[in-house]
Design a protein around this ligand. Structure first.
Ligand code: PHE
Length: 451
């Protein structure tokens, strides 16, 4: 069965779809807690530097490869060079592993959304609420499955377009609401120290770990090194200016992440003191924001709106993760959409259950010293994605030549701004960097160096 490749309507359609995939829990949940953990301002600085150089290079490469080959990632790499076909397969594992735990966290968001909608926001502001909740057995599992099911239904019914239309006007609202909450945070007494921590880089807090964390976050947040942007690129029309589209996606994604951190990190100072920064971890957003909402007028209502928007952002991202796995399975195994979705659903339930229970009854089971959710997150963001990125850089920089991407970007006479950065990054800096990171992690895992 050969379907005609549908394409995005123009540049705006493409930018919106890519942004809907990119903006999600990575920005709202992951970025703030990493920024809190890794020194605040210095993390932001490192992240921005990496986004403008490395993130940009990889994003433009993936989209250009997609548009040039008009194939999804599992076949695109092979078409460019037979020896690199394995990259497509490797990239396939990333969304497959991310989807289950992403939906576990999506379930937490759903739970909070309902708590706020039913007017119980104050309860969620309690110190032990979050820990008690995710440590439970039945409820987090049920919410996880509802979230996963919702994602699958959208995929099976093929109503992604409808969801995209909704998110098109909800995302700007999220932006406005986030700015509003940030302004409120500035007015909370004693938030000054927290704002300083978040904005002013403290170079004494810089370490190699900061770079590793920022790098993993970059991959995750921009949906890179997992084939998704290659597939998206394959749907982009030939007259779209890829360079400026990439700039817009990059700016939007980074802005939302920055604002999310601004809402959360300074508030941690106010409500939990400096100690809260280190101990918050993945629960930071869920522990801090309810306290912010509880302290503001009409907090319950604003909190409800906020969690509804986070839910939509998370759902559009999880749809894009699942769509990636499903469409690649259809491409590769020639199965029907329903069957592919059903198999991936079952697989996700199996992997999601330990990710959820690892916070409670299975907390004692550790993989390389991590609970399941942290382990899956580590495996994808810190190991597989750097390998895929390394392979992509070597393929383009040394085998196909940077011209492959450059020609695609400038196809209609567009300007390729940051061309110099692109060339140096993809040929030299990024590959060396990836190798250092991978060696570092491996040595750390075997206890040869401490992490
Ligand atoms: N980039 C999305 C986010 O920030 C997450 C995502 C991961 C989307 C993997 C697609 C694939 O939440």
């Amino acid at each position: 069965m050969k379907e005609k490749r549908s394409s995005f309507t123009g540049s705006i359609g493409f930018v919106m779809a890519a942004a809907a995939s990119a903006v999600g829990l990575g920005n709202l949940w992951r970025f703030p807690y990493l920024a809190a953990q890794h020194g605040g301002g210095i993390f932001i600085l490192v992240y921005l530097a990496l986004a403008l150089t490395f993130g940009f290079t990889l994003l433009i490469t993936e989209i250009a490869v997609g548009r040039k080959t008009k194939l999804s990632s599992i076949l695109a790499y092979k078409k460019l060079n037979k020896k690199f076909g394995f990259l497509g397969y490797l990239a396939y594992f990333v969304p497959l592993i991310i989807l289950p735990y992403y939906c576990v966290i999506g379930g937490w968001v759903l739970k909070y959304m309902i708590v706020f909608i039913t007017g119980q926001g104050k309860v969620a502001a309690g110190d032990s609420y979050f820990g008690d909740y995710i440590g439970g057995t039945v409820s987090p599992l049920i919410f996880f499955m509802i979230f996963l099911l919702a994602t699958m239904l959208v995929i099976i019914c093929g109503v992604q377009k409808g969801i995209e239309r909704v998110s098109k006007f909800l995302m700007p609202i999220l932006l406005v609401l986030a700015v509003g909450v940030c302004i409120y945070v500035v007015t909370i007494p004693n938030s000054g120290d927290g704002i300083k921590y978040y904005l002013l880089p403290d170079f004494s807090k810089f370490s190699f770990k900061t770079i590793c964390a920022a790098m993993g976050q970059l991959f995750f947040s921009m949906s890179l090194a997992m084939g998704i942007m290659v597939s998206y690129g394959s749907y982009v029309k030939d007259d779209v200016n890829i360079g400026s589209a990439v700039n817009q996606i990059e700016i939007f994604d980074t802005l939302i992440a920055f604002l999310a951190g601004f809402m959360i990190v300074p508030a941690v100072y106010v409500f939990s003191g400096e100690a809260g920064l280190a101990t918050g971890g993945p629960g930071l957003m869920f522990m801090t924001l309810p306290k912010v909402f509880a302290s503001m007028p009409m907090g319950n209502l604003i909190g409800a709106c906020f969690f509804i928007l986070v839910f939509v952002a998370a759902l559009t991202s999880s749809i894009s993760v699942m769509e990636a796995t499903v469409s690649m399975a259809i491409d590769r195994f020639k199965v029907s959409r329903k069957l592919a979705a059903a198999v991936i659903f079952i697989f996700s339930v199996l992997l999601g259950i330990p990710s959820s229970l690892g916070n409670g009854v299975w907390a004692d089971i550790k993989l390389l010293g991590m609970d399941f959710l942290t382990f899956f997150d580590f495996l994808t963001n810190s190991i597989i994605m750097p390998i895929v990125a390394l392979g992509t850089c070597i393929l383009i920089g040394w085998f196909c030549g940077t011209k492959t991407v450059e020609d695609e970007v400038t196809k209609n006479g567009e300007k390729f701004s940051r061309r110099g950065i692109f060339r140096v990054m993809i040929k030299y800096i990024a590959p060396v960097f990836m190798i250092i990171i991978l060696v570092f992690y491996t040595l750390a895992q075997f206890g040869i160096i401490s992490y």
